[in-house]
Design a protein around this ligand. Structure first.
Ligand code: SAH
Length: 348
């Protein structure tokens, strides 16, 4: 669905207040994008691991149930951030119930159409606009698949006179990135002083704030967090901002609100923030490594034995999830746990 009002609103804001931060632009564009459509799946703009195969959600459910069991079976809440169509949660809760783990389900989701899709799969869930209202009286087991990549980033650009924050300017209804004010010296790590002209460094204050708050919750309440996303062990130089529409790439500065804007997740920075908050950190490990350790091959064999006519498709889905040239290496997993909680499966 097209909303001509969003580009016009952004253009008016820029005309009145001057170029806006890239983070503000991405936040406005994605809030609109997720509010008006269900972008997932083969007919949508992009697809995700839980939409490819039930094995993904099932193995994450078993990961959750195993950790809960080894933690002494406490009363926990099971939380998913950005649950999409609710597919991962449906597959995970089925696998968890088979293991005797039937926790209350909490979803953090801002999109009304996706909330409606989630309610069809998990009618008893409790929805939250943000993590602040999650239960504070019990341990949390939190899952986030392709959630952090949708959060706004800032980009810093190396210019002839130092690092500048990239801002978004606008002429008529054409948006474009421009270098903004120079950053004061001493803000960036000194090893970046010699970065080549034109280098881009990305940061996501929104992602770090959520991670810090969750890590603090885990330290106080107990529990664990599993993040799966495409990412890198940063901070590192690189421009990863991308716009996706109908399974192909588009220009992030065209038609804000009509594409999914994402950036790769800096697992190094998120892990460091969790350690600083006093939590334990595992990984990142490759998605292929994690799913293999959790038993994707035996799950695929069981499914294929039960549905021989689908055996080729099941093998292809398994391959798509774990092969290094598919999702297996690009996607990484990071786990954060409360001190005293057992080591999560799949990280060594
Ligand atoms: N985890 C799902 C969906 C990934 S798409 C899957 O793997 O299929 C990103 C999800 O995060 C969507 O559900 C989107 O509506 C939600 N989302 C994006 N930004 C958000 C925010 N700031 N707060 C809460 N949910 C958000």
């Amino acid at each position: 669905m097209t909303d001509t009002a969003l580009p016009e609103r952004l253009a008016r804001a820029i005309t009145l207040a001057g170029p806006m931060s890239l983070a503000q632009y991405i936040a406005a564009a994605n809030a609109h994008y997720y509010a008006v459509c269900d972008p997932l799946g083969a007919d949508g703009d992009f697809t995700t691991a839980p939409e490819i195969s039930q094995m993904f959600g099932e193995l994450i459910g078993l990961w959750s149930a195993d950790l809960w069991d080894r933690a002494g079976r406490p009363d926990v809440a099971w939380v998913e951030l950005g649950p999409g169509r609710g597919t991962l949660a449906a597959d995970a809760t089925r696998a968890m119930a088979n293991a005797g783990f039937i926790p209350p389900v909490h979803f953090v989701e801002t999109s009304p159409p996706l909330r409606a899709a989630q309610a069809k799969r998990i009618p008893d869930a409790t929805w939250h606009d943000a993590i602040a209202t999650l239960p504070d009286d019990r341990p949390l087991i939190v899952i986030a698949n392709e959630f952090f990549d949708a959060l706004p980033i800032r980009q810093l650009l190396k210019t002839a006179d130092g690092w500048r924050e990239r801002l978004v300017a606008c002429q008529d209804l054409l948006f474009l990135p421009i270098p903004g004010k120079q950053l004061p010296p001493g803000i960036l790590p000194p090893e970046l002083d010699d970065a080549e002209l034109g280098s881009i460094l990305e940061t996501s204050p929104a992602a770090v704030a959520i991670l810090r708050a969750l890590a603090h919750r885990l330290v106080v309440q107990g529990g664990a967090l599993l993040i799966v996303d495409y990412g890198y062990n940063g901070p590192a130089i690189g421009d990863t901002l991308q716009a996706v529409k109908g399974h192909s790439f588009a220009n992030p500065f065209e038609a804000p609100g009509e594409h999914d804007l994402t950036a790769h997740v800096d697992f190094g920075t998120l892990g460091a923030a969790a350690l600083t908050a006093g939590a334990q950190v595992y990984g990142p490990v490759a998605q292929g490594f994690l799913l293999s350790a959790l038993g994707v091959d035996s799950r695929a064999s069981v499914l294929a034995r039960g549905a021989p006519e689908r055996a080729d498709q099941i093998a292809a889905d398994r391959n798509r999830l774990i092969a290094p040239d598919q999702m297996g290496e690009l996607f990484q997993a990071l786990a954060v746990t409360a001190p005293g909680w057992p080591e999560p499966a799949g990280f060594i």
